[in-house]
Design a protein around this ligand. Structure first.
Ligand SMILES: NC(=O)c1ccc[n+]([C@@H]2O[C@H](COP(=O)([O-])OP(=O)(O)OC[C@H]3O[C@@H](n4cnc5c(N)ncnc54)[C@H](O)[C@@H]3O)[C@@H](O)[C@H]2O)c1
Length: 306
């Protein structure tokens, strides 16, 4: 049994990883300030003897030290996600995502953590037209959010090369699944569309709907995090985590209409600034070095969610 700290463990991705680790009999500590995470995502966790919640802020060094002390692996999911939020408030996004990450790395170095896994994002690639996105491509962050994720990656790599703290960065591509909040203005497109369409309402698309994403069901990200903790020879590396297929937003609406037996037309709105046009991952590096495999594809994941 190992001890894991999951920052942002009350959020969508963190709570799903935490639940899986608890089911596997691991010891799990969650650090979260519930700014975007939800208490309901932790329902049932206290039934596990090896679960501990630390309610606190990544920006507070003492809280972070307390959370990191004694753990073997840190799965650093905690952040303020969302491109539009970062455009509205770049300072807070930077503070949480960059300074918060630095606090985690510093405490991990001090307390001899075995490995830190960092939740990065495909947004670091920006609008580079080359497809699929390969980890060796130059990055071009288009928003404050994307830039904070890239800064986090670089800090992780620097902590490995300078201090020898093992870090692994996972670039997630549009993750979806249970515990994802459909109700905020910053919600991701899949939970938002499912919630609207279930209620017979038309989904709104920014642009013409031809923009595409490598939508990835959460089970794939859970597995990638666990592999990233235990695999040999991956410290200091960055990996794309996705399915390696892309679907347009029009495809998504079509599929949701099929699964929900509806025929709702999308409403098309002005394109939003900071949004990338296409996103598709090359997952060859994750496959060969991490041993990553796609467990649940897009359609199957949508069926599970609907
Ligand atoms: N969901 C995606 O498609 C996606 C894609 C790429 C990268 N990511 C990254 O994955 C991670 C998890 O994203 P998510 O979709 O689960 O988002 P989420 O908002 O559901 O989870 C983030 C969690 O971090 C917590 N948090 C925020 N600020 C904090 C602070 N100052 N102190 C302590 N906790 C704080 C929130 O309360 C929340 O529980 C993030 O780092 C995000 O950037 C997500």
């Amino acid at each position: 049994m190992a001890i894991y700290l999951i920052t942002g463990g009350a959020g969508f991705i963190g709570s799903n990883i935490a639940r899986e680790l608890l089911k596997r009999g691991e010891e799990v500590r969650v650090l979260d300030n519930f700014s975007t995470g939800r208490r309901e995502n932790l329902i049932g966790f206290s039934d596990y003897q090896h679960f501990q919640l630390i309610e606190g802020d990544l920006r507070d060094t003492e809280t972070v030290k307390k959370a990191v002390k004694g753990v073997e692996f840190v799965l650093h999911q905690g952040a303020l996600p969302s491109v539009p939020r970062s455009i509205q408030d770049p300072v807070t996004t930077n503070d949480v995502n960059v300074n918060g990450t630095l606090n985690i790395l510093e405490a991990s170095r001090e307390y001899g953590v075995k490995r830190v896994v960092f939740a990065s994002s495909s947004s670091v690639y920006g609008n580079n037209e080359t497809m699929p996105k390969v980890e060796t491509m130059p990055v071009a962050p288009l928003s404050p959010y994307a830039l904070t994720k890239y800064a986090g990656e670089r800090y992780c790599q620097i902590y490995y090369t300078i201090y020898g703290l093992e870090t692994v960065c996972l670039r997630y591509f549009n993750v979806f699944g249970p515990n994802q909040d459909p109700g905020s203005q910053y919600s991701a497109v899949i939970p938002k569309f499912i919630s609207l369409m279930k209620n017979g309402r038309q989904p709104a698309i920014y642009g013409d709907g031809t923009q595409s994403r490598d939508f990835t069901y959460i089970s794939n990200n859970i597995e990638a995090n666990i592999l990233a903790c235990h695999r040999e020879n991956v410290a200091g590396e960055v990996f794309n985590i996705a399915c390696g297929k892309r679907y347009t937003l029009n495809d998504l609406v079509g599929l949701l209409n099929e699964l929900g037996q509806t025929s709702l037309e999308p409403i098309y709105l002005e394109t939003r600034s900071g949004d990338v046009k296409h996103s598709l991952a090359d997952i060859a590096k994750a496959t060969s070095m991490l041993g990553f495999k796609v467990i649940t594809g897009f359609r199957e994941g949508l069926e599970l969610m609907v």
